[in-house]
Ligand binder design. Structure first.
Ligand code: ZN
Ligand code: ZN
Length: 388
């Protein structure tokens, strides 16, 4: 680039704002980078609102490669994975393992096909489960998965103005799409078009090969990849089955969606736990313990970063801010209010809907569990909260 180019830039009317406000929105770069010893970062395109890529890390050893979160299911994503592997100089047959951080499709999607094509092992947390797998008994409904069926699926969950885009990237868990929301009112389900596409995807054999884990890790289990040991850390919150892996030798931390650089993972109120937000806080505290030994955090979206403790604190601060906003909302309203009413204080108008309500519910229930709020069921079936 010559000086003439610089002059042109300087003469521009106004500096242009960065095109992507959040790292996680950036489209997949075709550049392959070594982000830790023996660890390559491949970026795979994903087409979810608010997320432009998923990082697929390739961990090299004598046997070949373990890949972490090999992208979405489907033929296009499979081609993109093969293309990225080729650019990284990794023959498909050398992939011996797929490590899946959690049960969202942009993470597990390619694992089943990899196993089919290369016989790769599939490593997950012990509690990994997918709703559509008929051998699984859990009845979770995963809205992120439904996004596969509709590119516009999560537009209505676009998050609040200043921080977090992750209501688009979440799991809603419920007992039955036809049951009312636990906070009252309409079932928190996607519209009929999405449900129809979802049912088609589930019913056509082979359209979404479901990965069956060959190794289910328990807390503190160790596995060897990239010629060193990694410790399994169960980090429930974003999903119940979320797994992080920590390598004490080089200080590398695979954080999945648990700790992302510039967005916060969505916490659903529809998990089967009384206080999913507390679960997430506990998982943040758990990983923070390792921060003194961590040199590089490798998130599933966005760029690697060095300071785990700092980012954990920011994420907690964000959620504490939301709890404060609920208290302010109650003071402003001066009366008990429903989950949807509180949701309008936490999320922008275009974010309103089942997912925003689900996250608001998680925050309100957290306050109830902590003794900072009370709820009662109104005669119309709606839960109403007073926040102290
Ligand atoms: Zn996720
Ligand atoms: Zn993700």
């Amino acid at each position: 680039m010559g000086s003439g180019d610089n002059q042109q830039v300087q003469g521009a009317v106004a500096p242009t704002a960065p095109k992507y406000r959040k790292q996680e929105q950036e489209p997949a770069s075709r550049t392959i980078t070594e982000v830790a010893p023996g660890v390559l970062r491949l970026q795979l395109p994903i087409h979810l609102p608010g997320l432009g890529h998923v990082n697929c890390y390739a961990l090299e050893d004598e046997r070949g490669f373990a890949v972490v979160d090999p992208g979405m299911p489907g033929p296009r994503a499979w081609k993109e994975l093969q293309d990225a592997l080729k650019r990284a100089g990794i023959p498909l047959k050398r992939v011996h393992t797929a490590i899946v951080t959690h049960s969202h499709p942009d993470h597990f999607g390619g694992a089943g096909k990899l196993r089919r094509e290369t016989g790769a092992e599939i490593v997950t947390h012990k509690s990994f489960r997918l709703r559509w797998n008929p051998t699984e008994t859990d009845d979770d409904v995963d809205v992120e998965t439904q996004a596969l069926a509709s590119s516009s699926c999560m537009h209505d969950a676009c998050d609040d103005a200043d921080h977090d885009h992750t209501a688009r990237h979440e799991s809603i868990r419920e007992h039955d799409w036809n049951l009312p929301a636990p906070w009252g009112g309409n079932p928190p389900r996607p519209d009929w078009k999405r449900r129809l596409r979802w049912n088609v995807l589930r019913s056509v054999p082979g359209l979404m090969p479901t990965p069956t884990p060959t190794t289910r890790l328990r807390e503190a289990d160790t596995v060897t990849f990239a010629k060193r040991e990694w410790v399994a850390i169960h980090t429930p919150g974003h999903t119940a089955d979320h797994l992080c892996l920590f390598d004490p030798t080089e200080g590398t931390f695979l954080s999945g969606d648990h700790v992302l650089p510039t967005i916060t993972p969505h916490i659903s109120g529809l998990m089967k736990f009384a206080d999913p937000l507390q679960l997430f806080f506990d998982s943040l505290d758990k990983v923070r313990e390792f921060s003194g030994q961590v040199r590089t955090v490798l998130p599933a979206h966005g760029h690697p970063f060095p300071d785990l403790a700092k980012r954990v604190d920011e994420i907690k601060h964000h959620h504490v801010g939301r709890l404060d906003r609920l208290r302010e909302a109650y003071r402003e309203l001066g009366r008990a209010a429903t989950v949807s009413e509180y949701s309008h204080y936490l999320f922008s108008p275009r974010a309103q809907g089942a997912m925003a309500d689900s996250e608001s519910y998680a925050h309100l229930e957290h306050l109830v569990q902590q003794g900072g709020a009370e709820s009662h069921r109104r005669t119309d079936g709606m839960l109403a909260y007073e926040v102290g």
